[in-house]
Design a protein around this ligand. Structure first.
Ligand SMILES: Nc1ncnc2c1ncn2[C@@H]1O[C@H](COP(=O)(O)OP(=O)(O)OP(=O)(O)O)[C@@H](O)[C@H]1O
Ligand SMILES: [Mg+2]
Length: 260
């Protein structure tokens, strides 16, 4: 995949979203995200982060303004083979299927023959740190962290251009979250999809991203757009540096400002 960073891959122009029961869930949302960028979104509960991801994915249509993926509406972009993958906070694995057959699901739904995808499924399961033995287990036989790895595998197996992740690591303990942060960066560095990552965790946002969008509630809008200047690869050591702590302070301050 060629990575160009000078054109907008995701373009939001005055995006608004209202429901009959709730108006202005989003209003006047503007940003450009270049292809391959890792962006995190932070904001108070209910400020519209998940709604914004749904508009980017095409699951929901903006009721005002324009959302474009690679110059097309999200629905059109999908029809033109732009692949976006969604990772939800609660792993949405089918309980009666093994990890392997959950990860195979996108291909089964498209009626592809097994010979075409089984090797890729196996590689992707290994890529997220699950073993061959794990691949034959059902979700209830796995820990929360392993279920999340399986969910990531199911998203990654489609070779996405865009990974939309909605608080994927929220239920995990802090050490496991840090490990998964490092792993997701390793995979992103290798595959270079565009990442939009929603989190409530400031440290996670600073560690992962090149850029942080802070959202303001009621109506949901972008309150701050903060660049994260650290080079990749980022390792655990970064979290102990003064620069990291300083940027965390700046981001936290912006976040507090949105709820004052
Ligand atoms: N389908 C819908 N119909 C009506 N209102 C909705 C719908 N979807 C979302 N909302 C409203 O939009 C607002 C934003 O919700 P959203 O889930 O996007 O917030 P969020 O920032 O993701 O919150 P959290 O951090 O708690 O996940 C809420 O007030 C919610 O009630
Ligand atoms: Mg949400």
């Amino acid at each position: 995949m060629t990575i160009t960073t000078d054109t907008a891959f995701i373009h939001a122009d005055q995006v608004g979203l209202s429901f009959p029961s709730v108006s202005d869930v989003l209003a006047n949302v503007n940003f450009d995200i270049p292809r391959g960028q890792f962006v995190s979104i932070l904001g108070a509960s209910g400020c519209g982060k998940s709604s914004l991801l749904r508009v980017m994915s095409g699951l929901q249509t903006a009721t005002a303004g324009l959302m474009l993926l690679d110059g097309r509406s999200p629905g059109n972009a999908r029809e033109n083979n732009l692949r976006s993958a969604f990772v939800f906070q609660d792993p949405t694995l089918l309980p009666w299927r093994t990890v392997r057959s959950n990860v195979s699901l996108p291909f089964e739904l498209r009626d592809r023959p097994e010979s075409e995808y089984l090797e890729h499924v196996k590689e992707t399961i290994n890529l997220v740190g699950l073993t061959e033995a794990d691949a034959d287990k059902r979700p209830r036989e796995l820990s929360g962290g392993m279920r999340m790895r399986a969910s990531l595998a199911r998203a990654l197996v489609t070779n996405p251009d865009l990974m939309l992740m909605d608080e994927p690591f929220a239920p995990l303990d802090d050490i496991l979250r840090q490990q998964l942060n490092e792993e997701i960066l390793r995979i992103w560095t290798d595959q270079k999809w565009t990442a939009v990552f929603v989190t409530h965790n400031v440290s996670e946002a600073v560690f992962l991203s090149q850029r942080i969008l802070v959202m303001h509630p009621r109506p949901g809008r972008i309150a701050a757009d903060i660049e994260v200047p650290f080079d990749y690869p980022r390792t655990a050591k970064l979290r102990a540096t003064a620069e990291f702590a300083e940027l965390m302070g700046t981001v936290s301050q912006e976040l507090r400002r949105t709820v004052e």
